[in-house]
Design a protein around this ligand. Structure first.
Ligand SMILES: [Zn+2]
Length: 363
């Protein structure tokens, strides 16, 4: 089969390798639609972010290796012994984090909270190949009402569901969301479903602000054309928002805000309010920590997303309560297009992309 393998950062090649054997508790799938996550695209380019050291170590010691490809929709083509929940032809997506099976959490049936197990695409091959081997325990069935393209977004969307749950929004809360990339737009829609009152979103790209309005933002502010903190104060009777999601931070080289949006978030939230840190900054940052102390601010980070979050995510999309289609701008055809998808996803600003670029693998 053909599979993309990494020989180093920025060096991926389409190799011919043997089809993996389908072991017990596993299925073989043919990937239909796969997208690199933003983290994967940055790592592919050698940019420091989440899991950089782990990936670098694997490249230094094991290359060439299959890497990435945990955001996908695939069809089951072979079923291993002991698999009971799936049939040939089922379309599936997956939760990337697998339980280790051995720690106290796993042994007490709380394996969803395990952080010791392997991660699909990082510790074992994902779906940038013609055939992939996946454990049944990771899978979720994709109903007919969800397209291949939408299904490839489910794993990322379930992280946004976990992030909004972490915020514990109260009915009527004013919510501000910095960044209207895919996670910002997802948090917008899920916050509205979770009781948010007024939702104010911020981006520097007019096209992202337009999509944000289409998906339900009451006020989508372009930070290039207004003073956002001043405007948020005006809109909230000068006290600030109850909950602020920070989804814009990261390397300015990739069109992200550095940590300037975190500083804006601190100035946008009411005293005693919550900031939910969704971004990965890729390096240490400096914070005016006494201001958080003085104003009793809660700076919290999203809980790990579980199989229950993924199952709920499927319901949200299947029922049309969360819309993904307006965020998908780049769909590429054929396995050869995978490097182009990494290039677009690592540089979303340059390509006016909102969601990662997707690859229809079998065209
Ligand atoms: Zn475990």
């Amino acid at each position: 089969m053909k599979a993309w393998r990494f020989y180093g950062f920025k060096d991926l090649r389409l190799d011919d390798i043997p089809v993996p054997a389908c072991g017990a508790g596993h299925v073989l799938v043919e990937p239909l639609c796969v997208q690199p996550s933003v983290t994967e695209a940055q790592l592919a380019m050698g940019i420091p972010t989440l899991a950089y050291d782990r990936v670098k170590h694997r490249l230094d010691t094991e290359a060439p290796i299959q890497l990435f490809g945990h955001e996908f929709c695939a069809r089951i083509v072979e079923i291993g012994s002991g698999v009971t929940g799936y049939n040939l032809g089922d379309r599936v997506a997956a939760r990337a984090k697998l339980p280790c099976g051995d720690c106290p959490l796993c042994r007490s049936e709380r394996s969803d909270l395990c952080r010791k197990g392997p991660v699909i695409g990082f510790d074992q091959p994902g779906c940038f190949s013609e055939i992939a081997l996946l454990p049944e325990i990771a899978l979720v069935k994709v109903p007919d009402s969800i397209s291949d393209s939408e299904a490839a977004c489910l794993q990322s969307l379930s992280d946004s569901v976990a992030a909004v749950e972490t915020a514990q929004i109260q009915i009527g809360d004013t919510v501000v969301i910095y960044g209207q990339g895919s996670m910002g737009l997802e948090c917008l829609q899920i916050a509205r479903l979770s009781g948010a009152g007024m939702v104010i979103t911020i981006d520097v790209r007019e096209e992202a602000c337009e999509v944000s309005r289409e998906l339900g933002a009451d006020n989508a502010l372009n930070a290039n054309t207004c003073d956002v903190v001043e405007t948020i104060r005006e809109l909230t009777g000068s006290i600030g928002a109850d909950v602020v999601f920070e989804c814009a931070g990261g390397s300015p080289k990739q069109g992200l805000s550095g940590h300037s949006t975190l500083l804006l978030a601190i100035n946008s939230v009411r005293s005693g309010g919550k900031i939910v840190g969704v971004s990965w900054f890729g390096q240490p940052i400096e914070l005016p920590i006494d201001i958080l102390r003085e104003r009793s601010l809660r700076y919290v980070f999203p809980d790990i997303s579980t199989r229950a979050h993924l199952a709920h995510t499927v319901r949200l999309v299947a029922s049309g309560r969360v819309r993904l289609q307006p965020t998908i701008r780049h769909i590429l055809q054929g396995i050869d297009a995978v490097p182009q998808a990494f290039e677009i996803t690592a540089n979303k600003g340059k390509y006016q992309a909102i969601n990662p670029a997707q690859v229809m693998m079998r065209s």
